[in-house]
Design a protein around this ligand. Structure first.
Ligand code: PGA
Ligand code: ZN
Length: 428
């Protein structure tokens, strides 16, 4: 008989990095362990994501309160999971999945995500190992040497994440040359970020270094390509070699600049069709050493995804976020149709840790690039770093190397690197 039993789940409404409500869950076990986890929240969401439950009561937080999700954890989910073995993540998640609907709206994917992660944290503590080790065991079925993701740092924010007017949502740097050391990669990223700040403040003005939702700068540039050009200048000014030490990436989040009434994309004050947008990307890829393009087309334009993967997939990873929404069957279909060759994994996009791990496993099975990702609305919880290391993700998206809710993930990554180099177990 197991002693690893859940005694109580307790949830509360907290604020995320945008100042909007989100949910924090505490798991209290029979043995007295208390673990806390919170759910992030996206702004540029795929239409097939698991759904957050929000109150819709306009008298509180303009309808964005999460008291119903909180109540679901305190009553319904708590009743379902009481006395269950929280070290058995599959079972915990399965219970929530089976009692929920396909969109997870009955409890709210915000509620199930926080419960799922809080249980994993409690399990790691019970096993006297770190969360990344526990997730790695879940992922591999056995203990595995940790493998560290490349930080994908989003240093210029556009799209729905800022008022910069840039169509493309994220301009990222990937410090790859020192990829063996997380600490060095993060140092490089931080230096480039600050150098970029100097360039923007000098060439434009100080307001150009105001930041967007993910901590990247939000300059009004007029043309998206200028973002890539300023970033390239910053990399060179820092003495790094573009293409060797650092490569670039973009999350276009193209659904957000697709004008469905005209069937065209609106970028650089022009309306372009998917063919023209593809040509635009092809030109940028060669000019700026772009190795990652996420969501280059709107999420229903599968044919264009297939075309760009065919055209650029050998030299640049074509990553699907909104089209796959961390859903293993959508990824399986993407593999079959060659819709992309990489995927973003966001736990709250599907609502449980088990399903997110399954989605990553499917993507790895076809050698896709797997990127563990934060959301634009984040909390100071750092579980994402453990998740990324645990599933041996190729990359981690945690925003700019600035703002508390972003750097807590990068700092945890550096801590894990140090821990993994020490032979002794912290808990022993
Ligand atoms: P979101 O967007 O967290 O605002 O949904 C992030 C992304 O598109 O990767
Ligand atoms: Zn995205």
């Amino acid at each position: 008989m197991t002693t690893a039993k859940i005694k109580l789940l307790r949830a509360r409404e907290i604020l995320d990095s945008r100042g909007n409500p989100t949910i924090e869950v505490e798991v209290i076990t029979e043995s007295g362990i208390r673990s806390v986890a919170s759910s992030p929240s996206g702004a540029s969401t795929g239409k097939n994501e698991a759904r957050e439950l929000r109150d819709g009561d306009n008298k509180r937080f303009f309808g964005k309160g999460v008291l119903r999700a909180v109540d679901n954890v305190n009553t319904k989910i708590s009743a379902l999971l009481r006395d269950r073995d929280y070290t058995n993540q599959d079972e915990i998640d399965k219970i929530m999945i089976e009692a929920s609907d396909s969109e997870k709206l009955r409890f709210g994917a915000n509620a199930t995500t926080a419960v799922s992660i809080a249980c994993a944290k409690a399990a790691a503590r019970t096993k006297k190992i770190h969360l990344y080790q526990h997730i790695s065991e879940m992922f591999n079925g056995t203990e595995h040497a940790p493998s560290f993701p490349i930080p994908f740092m989003n240093i210029i924010n556009g799209g729905k994440h800022s008022g910069s007017g840039l169509a493309i949502q994220e301009f990222m740097i990937l410090p790859v040359s020192l990829g063996k050391s997380v600490k060095e990669s993060i140092r490089m990223g931080s230096e480039i970020y600050h150098q970029l700040g100097n360039i923007l403040a000098t060439k434009i003005n100080k307001s150009a270094i105001n930041v967007g939702d993910e901590g990247g700068f939000a300059p009004v540039l007029g043309h998206d390509e200028l973002a890539l050009s300023h970033i390239s200048d910053a990399i060179m000014k820092c003495g790094y070699n573009i293409g060797k030490d650092v490569v670039l990436g973009m999350d276009c989040a193209a659904s957000s600049f697709f004008d469905s009434s005209k069937g065209k994309y609106s970028i650089d004050n022009k309306l372009v069709n998917s063919e023209e947008l593809l040509n635009y990307y092809c030109r940028l890829v060669d000019k700026y050493h772009i190795k990652i393009i996420e969501d280059p087309f709107q999420e229903d334009d599968i044919e264009s995804f297939i075309r760009i993967t065919e055209e650029l997939g050998k030299k640049t990873s074509i990553i699907g976020d909104d089209i796959f929404v961390t859903n293993h069957s959508r990824i399986t279909e993407g593999i079959r149709r060659h819709t992309a060759n990489g995927v973003i994994i966001k736990v709250n996009q599907i609502g449980t840790l088990t399903e997110a791990i399954e989605a990553a496993r499917v993507a790895f099975s076809d050698s896709w690039n797997v990127i563990a990702s934060h959301r634009s609305g984040e909390t100071n919880d750092d579980w994402l770093a453990d998740f990324a290391v645990g599933i041996a993700a190729n990359g981690i998206k945690a925003g700019a190397p600035a703002r508390g809710e972003r750097i807590t993930k990068y700092n945890r990554l550096m801590q894990i690197e140090e821990l993994s180099q020490m032979s002794s177990n912290l808990f022993s």
